[in-house]
Design a protein around this ligand. Structure first.
Ligand SMILES: Cc1cc2nc3c(=O)[nH]c(=O)nc-3n(C[C@H](O)[C@H](O)[C@H](O)COP(=O)(O)O)c2cc1C
Length: 313
């Protein structure tokens, strides 16, 4: 008989009973998933990235199936921060879910405005700052691909939000030196990192012989990007071993989740897998518990970064 595993985890000063979270943008504010399981039974609900104003997103079509994954160009459609704080957040807290609010802006000022509005809300476990979207002030360059812009966003959010709420900076793998970007945002005030956002891709439609997505390019997610996520998490954990990582990218089984944890993730977000199977988070959580027990781990946290150990010592 295997002993029970303590699945609890922390991201900076936020505590979660289990390490399996939703991924931003893949479960909206959790309502659809609540038909399938109690939201308090997973580690946290990470909301779709909220912006200051309601948005319709990018032109259709916005999704394409690809081998082992999907390409999306939703373009941060959503109700805007005021409607989110008035409706979605209270509903999530009523469900006793732990809530990680994801924010996104087109300018550095927009992130600070969002942080100012969130400062007055209570019950939030952490703030995920999605800097993997284009900075309109800088000719559309993605914030997270520019070390200086990344730092300035996080610095503005940290100064506005104060010291208590953990800030998780969500980074893009589409850069040459990911540990350098990671160090920059940690120095600017991020307590944890979310790795990885989608990878930029494109699909050409052979009938129209033009790019299939209305927005031309899109974000690739799902099993196809898991090795990129494992590499990114491993590299960043090696460079910054004390900075907690919320890992994601292609997790659709307990085995996938364990791989990201061994690379250095303290918690896991599940995105694309929930589209095909709305109970994926619960299955992954149960499988992960079994896999940890079978490998003799008494706590999930003992497995974090285990792939980095030096057996010669
Ligand atoms: C349809 C869709 C919408 C997404 N929207 C967001 C978003 O609003 N904010 C964000 O930070 N990431 C967003 N993502 C990225 C996911 O949170 C996640 O980083 C990525 O999909 C990799 O995980 P997965 O392979 O488990 O889906 C979105 C992904 C998908 C597929």
């Amino acid at each position: 008989m295997t002993l029970p595993v303590d699945m609890s985890t922390t991201l900076a000063n936020a505590w979660f009973p289990t390490p399996i979270f939703t991924a931003s943008g893949c479960a909206s504010s959790g309502k659809e998933l609540s038909q399938f399981f109690a939201l308090k039974d997973v580690g946290a609900i990470v909301t779709k990235s909220v912006m200051t104003k309601p948005r319709h997103g990018r032109p259709t079509p916005r999704m394409a199936e690809t081998p082992s994954g999907m390409l999306n160009s939703i373009g941060l459609q959503g109700p805007g921060i005021d409607a989110f704080l008035a409706n979605d957040l209270p509903w999530l807290l009523e469900q006793k879910a732990r809530v990680v609010v994801s924010i996104a802006g087109e300018t550095i000022e927009e992130y600070s405005t969002l942080a100012r509005k969130i400062r007055s809300a209570s019950g939030i476990s952490a703030l995920e700052v999605n800097i993997s979207c284009p900075n309109v002030e800088n000719r559309g360059l993605v914030f997270a691909c520019d070390p200086d812009a990344s730092r300035r966003v996080i610095d503005g959010v940290r100064k506005t939000i104060g010291g208590e709420l953990p800030i998780i900076a969500k980074l893009s793998p589409d850069v040459t030196n990911l540990p350098e970007i990671a160090k920059g945002v940690v120095d600017a005030g991020a307590d944890a990192l979310a790795l990885i956002n989608t990878v930029l891709g494109m699909v050409i439609n052979l009938e129209t012989m033009k790019p299939h997505l209305g927005g031309k390019t899109g974000g690739l997610s799902g099993p196809a990007i898991k090795p990129i996520a494992v590499r990114a998490i491993y590299q960043v954990h090696a460079a910054l071993p004390h900075v907690p990582i919320l890992g994601m990218g292609g997790v659709s089984s307990g085995r996938d989740a364990l791989e990201l944890i061994l690379a250095g993730a303290s918690a896991i977000s599940v995105g694309t897998a929930s589209f095909g199977n709305p109970t994926a988070l619960i299955t992954i959580q149960n499988e992960l518990r079994e896999l940890l027990a079978a490998r003799g781990f008494a706590t999930m946290q003992q497995a974090v970064g285990y792939a980095h150990r030096d057996e010669t010592q």
